[in-house]
Design a protein around this ligand. Structure first.
Ligand code: ADP
Length: 447
């Protein structure tokens, strides 16, 4: 990875972490706001429930007094025995003090029932559309001790929102508290849009990050591939250049030059090297043109037999291998309409592959037959063969069989062959068996 690519990756990782952190912070901050809002709302609900309960108790008390006028507890000195100046609770106004006073007056006859407050609270929560479990507790604020509870606080109460304590007297002996239990759904409902936007933002950031990483790794692969490709081309061109150098060097020697046999062989080899170089270059140019839609065939009558015979001569001697090419033609002249140079390059590729992917002794059989409206050419070798799972890929650009890696090549030859043959309206197929050999079958429109 280049330094700039590394720097981009680090900056991207840092930015993505920053975005995620910022999102997490925003969500947390908003969660706290929602939690406080819910806490304030539970204070109001508890107060409302207490007032409704007080109201109902008061009504009951009045009914009770009408029915039984002799019995009154409002004369009870113990209840009324306080100084109004002591009415001082931290948070509540005069209305609360009156409520407390009324509660104290009623308590003796109709005591507060937290189950009843629970029922009222349930209704208020329901009316306010708050779906959460809850419990009403009677607390002794001084010792933070629970005196009574409308329900049992279960162990699964992971997360609670307690209301403020609602005092029931002026000596801070008893207070009510509403506790919302696991109000997750309510919190999520309230955070809704914000949470959704945050999730979408984080997802977009993560997707962008993934895209960046994929692009970077693609770019890395591309650079590696380009280097391999260039070194393969260089290697592929080195072979004919080396042959050319050796042969031309030899021809400078007056002894060799005067030997007609040697001179002809070296000239033949030099020409072959140039043709090979030319072939590789025109293949690269041809494929590039085809990709841009600019490849044009220069069609004219071509005798396939002549092409194959020329190639047979060209490939008769191969460096370090004993090559024997057997040909079998249905007739002396099998003429098709085609681009002679490109078809020659295609067949040269097939023969070159047959030699490359065979051991030292190379036997190649080339047949040409007429099959109805097609000329059928078979190129058969007894070489390494192609594994079954690779066969369908070998015509793809840059595709090579792994265990053929020790043989020089860059995987465009067969792609070129297929492209050119199909451009002629023909087709190519292969059948092969590992260590037995391969047959490449080419069909070209005939007449
Ligand atoms: P190159 O020979 O430059 O690698 P080609 O496109 O000509 O590229 O061939 C693609 C792959 O198909 C080769 O790398 C080789 O693995 C396999 N192949 C082609 N022809 C033969 C053959 N006659 N015998 C065995 N394998 C072959």
């Amino acid at each position: 990875m280049s330094t700039s690519t590394k720097a981009i990756s680090y900056i991207a990782i840092a930015s993505i972490l920053l975005i995620l952190f910022a999102q997490a912070y925003l969500v947390y901050d908003y969660f706290q706001t929602v939690r406080f809002a819910l806490m304030r709302e539970s204070n109001a609900i508890l107060k409302e429930a207490f007032r409704i309960d007080l109201d109902q108790r008061n009504t009951n008390y009045v009914d009770y007094n009408i029915n039984d006028s002799d019995n009154t507890t409002l004369d009870d000195e113990s209840v009324l025995d306080f100084d109004m100046r002591d009415i001082e609770t931290e948070n509540d106004g005069i209305l609360n003090k009156i409520d407390i006073l009324l509660h104290l007056l009623l308590s003796n006859l109709i005591p507060l029932n937290i189950e009843h407050i629970d029922t009222i609270t349930n209704k208020i929560l329901h009316d306010r559309n708050i779906a959460s479990e809850f419990v009403i507790q009677l607390i002794a604020p001084e010792h933070q001790e629970v005196i009574a509870s409308s329900k049992k606080l279960s162990k699964s109460s992971l997360f609670i929102i307690p209301s403020q304590l609602y005092p029931l007297d002026f000596e801070n002996k008893e207070a009510l508290q509403l506790i919302l239990i696991n109000p997750f759904s309510e919190i999520i409902k309230r955070m809704g849009v914000m949470l959704l936007i945050s999730i979408i933002f984080s997802l977009i950031a993560l997707l962008a990050f993934r895209f960046l990483i994929l692009t970077l790794s693609k770019q890395k692969k591309l650079v590696r591939f380009k280097n391999e490709f260039l070194s393969n081309i260089a290697h592929e061109l080195k072979r004919p250049v080396a042959s050319l150098t050796v042969n031309l060097d030899g021809l400078q020697d007056p002894d060799i030059f005067s030997n007609t046999g040697m001179r002809d062989l070296m000239l033949h080899n030099s020409l072959n090297a140039l043709t090979e170089m030319n072939g590789t270059i025109s293949m690269l140019v041809g494929l590039a043109r085809e990709e841009e839609g600019l490849l044009v065939l220069n069609k004219q009558p071509v005798n396939l037999v002549d092409i194959i015979m020329d190639l047979k001569n060209r490939f008769a001697s191969s460096l370090g291998k004993r090559v024997s090419i057997h040909t079998n033609f249905e007739s002396e002249a099998i003429v098709v309409q085609g681009d002679s140079i490109m078809l020659t390059q295609c067949f040269a590729n097939l023969i070159d592959n047959a030699i490359k992917y065979s051991e030292k002794d190379v036997t190649i059989n080339i047949n040409i037959e007429i099959h109805g409206s097609h000329a059928a050419l078979d190129f058969q070798d007894q070489g390494m063969g192609i594994p079954a799972d690779k066969i369908e890929h070998i015509f793809e650009k840059y595709s090579r069989v792994d265990n053929h890696a020790k043989v020089a090549g860059f995987g465009i030859g067969l792609n070129y062959v297929k492209t050119i043959i199909e451009k002629h309206g023909g087709s190519i197929g292969v059948s092969s068996e590992v260590n037995v050999g391969s047959i490449f079958k080419v069909l070209l429109p005939y007449k």
